[in-house]
Design a binder for this molecule. Structure first.
Ligand code: FES
Length: 148
């Protein structure tokens, strides 16, 4: 191996390691849960939002409910221990599944964006997302799929 090959191989290895670290970090930050489905909705544990690091608790701003019985995932945002929003992750423009990123949802098809309460913040979509009521009882969340 000459010097040029060594440098090229070393750079490729560094870039791969960096890409994997970034991928690992982004996967770690999104919590996917399947929830417990009932006839009327989905039951979640409020602790699914909690992150324990070095003995300290903090909370994810959102988790994603992905269940094979649901046609699209549901993104659940936590505002405080009693206030949540549950958003159907189907773009209101042409139906593409949305990506959650921080406090907004993004559509990779044509660039629409929605707030963490499901409001359109950037078109071409012109309708808000479908949302569901969320109630909390005894550290559990119930997402009522019967209502809009
Ligand atoms: S399908 Fe989402 S912006 Fe077009």
């Amino acid at each position: 191996m000459d010097r040029r090959d060594f440098i090229i191989n070393s750079c490729a290895a560094c870039l791969s390691a960096t890409a994997l670290a970034g991928l690992s970090a982004s996967c770690k930050s999104i919590q996917y849960v399947s929830g417990k489905l009932s006839m009327d909705g989905v039951l979640l544990n409020a602790d699914d939002f909690r992150i324990m690091e070095q003995g300290k608790a903090s909370y994810r701003s959102f988790i994603i409910v992905r269940n094979e019985a649901l046609q699209y995932p549901i993104c659940v945002y936590r505002f405080n221990e009693n206030e949540y929003s549950a958003l159907w992750m189907q773009c209101s423009h042409q139906g593409t599944e949305l990506q959650a990123s921080g406090d907004f949802l993004h559509c990779t098809a044509h660039g629409s964006e929605f707030s963490n309460k499901g409001k359109v913040t950037n078109g071409p979509a012109d309708k808000d997302l479908r949302t569901f009521p969320v109630t909390t009882t005894n550290n559990q969340l119930f997402i009522d799929l019967r209502k809009k």
